[in-house]
Write a protein that binds this ligand. Structure first.
Ligand SMILES: NC(=O)c1ccc[n+]([C@@H]2O[C@H](COP(=O)([O-])OP(=O)(O)OC[C@H]3O[C@@H](n4cnc5c(N)ncnc54)[C@H](OP(=O)(O)O)[C@@H]3O)[C@@H](O)[C@H]2O)c1
Length: 379
């Protein structure tokens, strides 16, 4: 296992951090956890050198922290740092924040949390956390020794990230980042900004929830043609660890083989190790993925609202996503939401109001029909 120093905190961490959100292949919050298996996976990772464990109040129907607490009995707690999170949706005042944190400490069977994060915030959620006094609460809990570091995990546009990062003296930040997301969410710009400020960065979705572990044909062909043979997972982690600003790369593992594979990979990856040729390969891989884009919708929403309630950018985003990563539409979260709300392309009556408004001059009516047909295909 390679270890890294966490920016201005100056503490050492394993480069691989185990995410405790997906045991048994479960998406967050919607499945029953196999406790014995999860405990054995966590201990396998720690025995292999992992010192950073990430969970959250809401993961796996609120059972993730409990299972992690059990896994860290028998002396394992002293060998690791724990990151967990406070969700904005569950707290409205200081008393509720106190109660929530205490319940997390109890479930985790510990007297302190190392990294305490405001969970999945954007600017709106940060303003909300401020309005209920969360910054003062985090400072007080730090003084009381219940948390060691005050942090946030981020989902939103770069502008929000810059605003939040510059608005408080954060100890650490967790962002979604991988070789496909260089211009998405915090992106490379956000990573570098945090690095300049000395704020350690923890990476989530390094494999885009597993999508980057299964390369579609045109991408695999590029990997195969490269003189050095590595798996798609190894390329993705190698690319992330090449960035000096990255302290920890989280990955959720469902099987012992995945833990072992990641332990092997994180034994070899360090910042600045990628050659020019390797970096060019990753640029070509990104381009190969992007060439699979089905429609050039930028999500500007000029076409909205649709008079018939079709979520036009949503349908196109799912269409592109499913094609890019060659995934089954059944597992596309955005598409599930669209179906639940009845805002699918089947509501389109071809009135054309959207096409008149589209700055990209897309053939939206035709695109919606084709998208809906393809998105039904694997149902
Ligand atoms: N704060 C937030 O808002 C937030 C949001 C997302 C995630 N997170 C945290 O970040 C952690 C990491 O995110 P993530 O789980 O999305 O990470 P990820 O690494 O992008 O995806 C994990 C998935 O990748 C696959 N995988 C991992 N190692 C593999 C290997 N060696 N070979 C083949 N496949 C492999 C598995 O997919 P299969 O299931 O297909 O086998 C696994 O479920 C989470 O566990 C969670 O703790 C936080």
């Amino acid at each position: 296992m390679k270890y890294r120093i966490m920016g201005k905190l100056g503490i050492q961490t394993s480069a691989f951090g185990l995410g405790c959100m997906r045991f048994n292949g479960a998406a967050s919050g919607d499945s029953v956890i196999d406790e014995d298996k999860a405990i054995s996976l966590i201990r396998r990772a720690v025995d292999g050198g992992v010192t950073y464990l990430d969970t959250a109040y809401v993961y796996l129907d609120k059972t993730s922290e409990t299972v992690l607490g059990k896994a860290l009995r028998d002396g394992y707690r002293d060998r690791v740092t724990i990151a967990t999170k406070m969700p904005a949706e569950y707290v409205h005042n200081r008393a509720e924040m106190e109660a929530l944190l205490d319940s997390e400490l109890k479930k985790l069977q510990t007297d302190h949390i190392d990294f305490y994060l405001m969970h999945g915030i954007n600017k709106e959620k940060w303003l909300y956390f401020q309005s209920i006094g969360a910054p003062a609460f985090f400072d007080d809990m730090k003084k009381a020794g219940k948390i060691r570091y005050k942090c946030f995990s981020f989902h939103g546009p770069y502008e929000d990230f810059e605003y939040i990062l510059n608005d408080w003296d954060w100890d650490m930040v967790q962002i979604q980042y991988n070789f496909m997301d260089i211009h998405n969410q915090a992106g490379t710009k956000g990573l570098e900004l945090a690095g300049k400020k000395g704020i350690p960065v923890v990476i989530m979705e390094g494999l885009l929830g597993g999508r980057l572990s299964r390369a579609p044909g045109n991408v695999q062909a590029l990997y195969d043609a490269f003189p050095v043979k590595r798996t798609p997972v190894e390329w993705a982690f190698r690319w992330l660890c090449n960035h000096p600003e990255v302290s920890v790369v989280l990955s959720g593992c469902n099987e012992p083989e995945q833990i072992d594979d990641n332990l092997r990979i994180f034994d070899t990856v360090e910042s600045g190790i990628m050659t020019e040729e390797e970096l060019k390969l990753m640029d070509s891989v990104r381009a190969a993925y992007l060439s699979r884009t089905r429609i050039g919708c930028t999500g500007c929403r000029y076409c909205m609202p649709c008079p018939n309630g079709v979520d036009i950018p949503g349908v196109f985003s799912s269409w592109n996503e499913v094609s890019l990563y060659d995934t089954n539409p059944k597992w596309d979260w955005g598409l599930r939401q669209i179906r639940e709300k009845g805002s699918g392309a089947d509501q389109c009556v071809g009135c054309g109001a959207c096409e008149a408004a589209c700055p990209q001059h897309l053939s939206i009516i035709d695109g919606l029909q084709r998208a809906w047909k393809e998105l039904q295909a694997d149902e």
